[in-house]
Design a protein around this ligand. Structure first.
Ligand SMILES: [Cu+2]
Length: 159
């Protein structure tokens, strides 16, 4: 009985550890990444880009209709693309976090809603949910051995 309880506690503790342990700050080696982003009224495609801290990020902004811009909040980096043209912006993603990027050329009625997101950093939430999923699977296999065995009717009633 004691052993079962300890097993359950261990399982619960490892679950908590997966959720709350700070991940090591070490990130993958920086690399150069190039993204092609199509800009049209009034959206970017893709509208989200993910990079690792230290990456050298190149954005090829392609305007598919009118003049569009792309301004990255927090980095102060921007670029403008003429209709049908490609403009290139390069910066080093040296700040971790999530940053909006937005169109900085008035391009029509819905212009203020033309936004996207730059994520700089490892996807901690994804790593944690994968860890939890692994534990859940382990739990399914281990749990039966932690639960008290049901006494058979024969034992119970001493027949
Ligand atoms: Cu715009």
């Amino acid at each position: 009985m004691k052993i079962r309880r300890i097993g359950l506690l261990l399982l619960a503790a490892s679950g908590l550890a997966v959720v709350f342990t700070p991940l090591p700050a070490a990130s993958p080696a920086p690399q150069a990444r190039t993204f092609r982003i199509d800009a049209g009224q009034f959206a970017y495609s893709p509208s989200t880009i993910d990079v690792n801290p230290g990456d050298r990020v190149t954005i090829q902004l392609v305007s598919t209709d009118v003049v569009h811009g792309l301004y990255v909040d927090g980095y102060g980096a921007s670029v403008e693309a003429d209709p049908g043209q490609t403009a290139t912006l390069t910066f080093v993603a040296d700040k971790a976090g999530s940053f909006r990027f937005r169109c900085n050329v008035s391009c029509g009625a819905m212009h203020p809603f033309m936004i996207g997101k730059l994520n700089v950093g490892t996807n901690n939430r994804l790593l944690r949910s994968m860890g939890l999923a692994g534990l859940a699977v382990a739990g399914i296999f281990l749990l039966p051995s932690f639960l008290p065995q049901g006494k058979s009717n024969q034992e119970r009633f001493g027949a």
